[in-house]
Write a protein that binds this ligand. Structure first.
Ligand SMILES: Cc1cc2nc3c(=O)[nH]c(=O)nc-3n(C[C@H](O)[C@H](O)[C@H](O)COP(=O)(O)OP(=O)(O)OC[C@H]3O[C@@H](n4cnc5c(N)ncnc54)[C@H](O)[C@@H]3O)c2cc1C
Length: 457
C-alpha cells in the first residue's frame, strides 16, 4: 500500500488543494498532518490572535476530514523531526506540501527535502496553493522579480490561473498514527475580544456573502472607513482556508468594476509574495534604502506608546489603532494612515510599527505586512516614496461624518459630524468635557513639529 503524508501549513482547507489532490491520486492512503512548529514560536511569530484563529481552522479541517472518512494528525515540535517521524510510522514514500515565499519557508523545504531523501523518500512542493500565480511565474526581462506593481499587474492579469480543484469526496487515511489533542481557542488568553472566527466553513460562508452582496460596490466603497465595505477575507487568505486561485476565478465570473478592483488587490498580495521570494531579507531590511535616520526608540518611546494605545490625539489614527487592538484586524485605509503617521509624521522606524502589527493582526504575515510597511515608509516599492498622509485630511476624506471615529473613540462620541476630527478646535467647557488627549505633535503638512525638542536622532 502506497502512503503519502500531506503536510498542511498556510493552506488549511479541503477545497482547491493541489497537495492533497496529488497525494490522493498517487496513493491508497494519506496522512493529513499539521505540525505546530516550535521555530514559529521561538521567532516570536505565534501571536495569540493568530493562534486562536489557527485553532478554529485546525478543528474545522479535522471536521471536514472526518466527514470524508479521515482525520487530522496534529503534532508539535521541530517540523522536520515530526514529519520524518510520521513518515516512518506510516511507512510513507512521499510528502506533499505547498510552496511558501518566505526565507523560513525555503529553509524548511530544503531541510525537509534533505532529511526525506536521506531515508529514500520524496518531497513534492506544489505552487499556486498560497498565491494565485507562483512567485517567478512572470518576471521582467532584466530581473528575477518585479519591483513596481503596475507592470507586474499588467503581466499578472494576462495569465490564466490554473483550474480550481473540488474538495475530495473521500479521504482514506492510514490508521494508527498518533496525534496530540487539537488546540482550542478557549485555551488562549490575551486575545482581541472582537476576533473573527476561523475555519474553511466560515471562510466559504463569508466568500459567498461577499460575492453576492459586497463585491459589486467594492470599487466605490473600499476606502469607506465607517462603511467597512471590504471583504474581510484576509485572515482566510493568510491561513489558506480560502484559495486565492478560486477567489480570482469566482470574482472574475462575478464580473464588473467591483470584481476587477478586488482581483487587483489579490494581485497586490501575489506581488508582495514575489518580492519576498526574490528578496527574503526584505522582511527585516529596507528594500530600497533611503538612509533614513529614524528617531531612536528611546527618544520616541512616549510617542510610540501613544500610537500603540490609540492616544495620539489624532482621532482617526486612534480609532484605527483601537480597532486593531479590539478586533485583531484593521481596515486598509486605517493601516495606511496609521503607518504613515508612525513613519512619516513621528519619524519612527517602520520595523517598530510592523512588529506591533504582527503582534495583533490575525492576518499578519511577513510578505504583506513588512512590504506594505516598507511601501508606506518609502523604503519599499512605492514609486512616490515621499508621500505623507495627513491624518486630519484623511479623517475628513474617508470618514466625513466622523462615524468611524465615534465608533472607536467613545471619549469623542458627543461631538457631531466632522468636528470629531479636530477636537482641539473646541473651546472652553466643550473642550474640557471630553477626556481625550491633546495631539502629541503639531503638524505642518502632515509632518511633526516636535514640541519637546525631541530630535530625529
Ligand atoms: C501597513 C500595512 C500593513 C498590512 N499588513 C497586512 C498583513 O499583515 N496581512 C495582509 O493580508 N494584508 C496586510 N495589509 C494589506 C491590507 O491592508 C489588507 O490585506 C486588507 O486590509 C485586508 O482586508 P480585506 O480582506 O477586507 O481586504 P480587501 O480590500 O477585501 O482585499 C481583498 C484581499 O486582497 C489582499 N490585499 C488587499 N490589499 C492588499 C495590499 N495592500 N497588499 C497585499 N494584499 C492586499 C488581501 O489578501 C485581502 O484580503 C497591510 C497594509 C498596510 C498598509
Amino acid at each position: 500500500m502506497n502512503v503519502s503524508v500531506v503536510l498542511f501549513t498556510s493552506d488549511l482547507r479541503l477545497h482547491d488543494h493541489p497537495p492533497l489532490r496529488a497525494a490522493l491520486d498517487g496513493s491508497s492512503a494519506v496522512v493529513p498532518l499539521f505540525v505546530r512548529d516550535r521555530a514559529v514560536d521561538t521567532a516570536g511569530f505565534a501571536a495569540p490572535n493568530r493562534l486562536a484563529f489557527l485553532a478554529d481552522c485546525l478543528r474545522d479541517l479535522d471536521t471536514g476530514l472526518r466527514e470524508r472518512g479521515g482525520h487530522l494528525v496534529f503534532r508539535s515540535g521541530d517540523v522536520v523531526d515530526q514529519v520524518c517521524r510520521v513518515v516512518r510510522e506510516a511507512d510513507a514514500d512521499d510528502v506533499h506540501m505547498a510552496a511558501g515565499a518566505s526565507a523560513y519557508a525555503h529553509r524548511r523545504e530544503e531541510r525537509l527535502r534533505t532529511a526525506l531523501e536521506s531515508e529514500g523518500r520524496r518531497l513534492h512542493v506544489h505552487d499556486t496553493v498560497i498565491t494565485a500565480l507562483a512567485p517567478g511565474a512572470v518576471t521582467p526581462a532584466a530581473s528575477d522579480h518585479f519591483a513596481v506593481f503596475t507592470p507586474y499587474f499588467r503581466h499578472w492579469a494576462r495569465q490564466q490561473p490554473r483550474n480550481v480543484l473540488g474538495a475530495p469526496r473521500a479521504v482514506p487515511v492510514q490508521e494508527g498514527i498518533g496525534s496530540e489533542a487539537l488546540p482550542r481557542r478557549g485555551d488562549l488568553s490575551a486575545l482581541s475580544e472582537g476576533l473573527a472566527e476561523g475555519g474553511e466553513r466560515e471562510g466559504r460562508t463569508r466568500l459567498t456573502a461577499w460575492l453576492r452582496s459586497g463585491i459589486g460596490s467594492y470599487e466605490d466603497r473600499h476606502d469607506d472607513l465607517p462603511g467597512d465595505a471590504t471583504s474581510r477575507l484576509s485572515p482566510h487568505l493568510h491561513f489558506g482556508t480560502l484559495s486565492p486561485v478560486e477567489l480570482v476565478h469566482r470574482a472574475r465570473k462575478a464580473g464588473g468594476p467591483g470584481a476587477e478592483a478586488f482581483v487587483r488587490q489579490l494581485a497586490w498580495r501575489d506581488f508582495h509574495h514575489q518580492v519576498l521570494a526574490a528578496r527574503p531579507d526584505a522582511g527585516t531590511t529596507d528594500y530600497r534604502t533611503r538612509r533614513d535616520l529614524w528617531r531612536s526608540q528611546t527618544s520616541a518611546a512616549r510617542d510610540i506608546d501613544a500610537w500603540k494605545e490609540g492616544r495620539t490625539g489624532y482621532p482617526v489614527v486612534d480609532a484605527a489603532m483601537r480597532q486593531l487592538r479590539y478586533e485583531g484586524w484593521m481596515h486598509n485605509r486605517g493601516r495606511l494612515l496609521t503607518a504613515s503617521f508612525l513613519t512619516k509624521t513621528l519619524y519612527v522606524d517602520w520595523r517598530v510599527g510592523a512588529r506591533h502589527f504582527l503582534e495583533l493582526l490575525v492576518d499578519g504575515d511577513i510578505a504583506n505586512n513588512q512590504l506594505n510597511w516598507q511601501w508606506v515608509a518609502g523604503t519599499g516599492t512605492d514609486t512616490r516614496p515621499n508621500r505623507v498622509l495627513n491624518p486630519v485630511l484623511q479623517g475628513k476624506r474617508y470618514d466625513p461624518d466622523g462615524t468611524y471615529v465615534r465608533r472607536w473613540v467613545p471619549e469623542l462620541e458627543g461631538l457631531d459630524g466632522a468636528a470629531v476630527h479636530e477636537p482641539w478646535k473646541l473651546k472652553g467647557l466643550e473642550r474640557a468635557a471630553h477626556d481625550y488627549p491633546e495631539p502629541i505633535v503639531e503638524l505642518a503638512d502632515g509632518l511633526a513639529r516636535f514640541r519637546h525638542a525631541r530630535g530625529r536622532a
